[in-house]
Design a protein around this ligand. Structure first.
Ligand code: 6GU
Length: 230
């Protein structure tokens, strides 16, 4: 069981995402809970203000400390120490990867605060355990990054994937790229399915798939083999 709490100014962005088939199934089974929180609910004053102009001048608006602080306090008030993680999604964070997903899958509560590229009060950084980025490019906000984290973590939670879904992924080629797959037709205008897959020889097929997974990884992502991606 894992609980994600997402703090965002754009809660509607998560509506379709939460209905995705495997995530919807996991929520129905009670294996995953996703609590999308609108930061505006903790906004200051009658207008529920969440941002203000920057001290020192300059263009754009800066996300204020108070709404985020109040939201974090309320969302985390009953949390058990140690079994939770508070994360700020920002391009300044450490680059997220599969190892990190595995680490996060062990927590009970995960708070994902969606930062905004325009900027937020530096003191907000002091409210979290860590900052994460999903890659070397700029998004307007952390929402898409939060979805990437949720999607990559929840599928690692025990019983979320069916036995069949999990075994195909878990076998020997774990940590490698997927072996090539084919479905009908056998001959697509001369582009053929490798004959070994039609042979019916399961041992031979298994061997071929393992070889292909290694070959593909060496060719396309050698960094996955020597751990350079960390
Ligand atoms: Cl987490 N946030 C933003 N705004 N941009 C990003 C990112 C996060 N990760 C990569 N680019």
């Amino acid at each position: 069981m894992i609980n994600f709490h997402i703090l965002t100014l754009f809660p509607d962005l998560f509506e379709g995402f939460l209905k995705e088939s495997i995530l919807a199934r996991a929520q129905k089974q009670g294996l995953v809970k996703i609590n999308v929180c609108n930061l505006r609910d903790w906004g200051v004053g009658k207008h529920h203000q969440v941002d203000d102009s920057p001290y020192g001048g300059g263009t754009g608006m800066v996300l204020m400390m108070e709404p985020v602080d109040l939201a974090v306090k309320e969302i985390t008030k009953d949390w058990i120490p140690k079994k939770n993680r508070k994360i700020l999604l920002t391009p300044q964070g450490k680059i997220y990867n599969q190892k990190k997903a595995g680490d996060l899958a062990k927590y009970e509560d995960i708070l994902l605060i969606c930062g905004r590229y325009e900027g937020f009060d530096e003191r907000i950084r002091g409210l979290v355990d860590e900052e994460l980025s999903i890659g070397n490019y700029i998004l307007n906000g952390g929402e898409v990054a939060a979805m990437a984290v949720v999607e990559s973590v929840f599928r690692l939670v025990p019983r979320v994937l069916t036995k069949e879904e999990a075994t195909r992924i878990e076998t020997f080629h774990d940590g490698l790229l997927e072996y090539p797959q084919y479905t009908r037709p056998e001959d697509y205008y001369g582009k053929m399915v490798p004959s070994v897959l039609l042979s019916g020889n399961h041992a031979k097929i298994e061997k071929w798939r393992n070889e292909q997974a290694i070959k593909k990884t060496i060719e396309k992502r050698p960094d996955l083999l020597d751990g350079r991606e960390d």
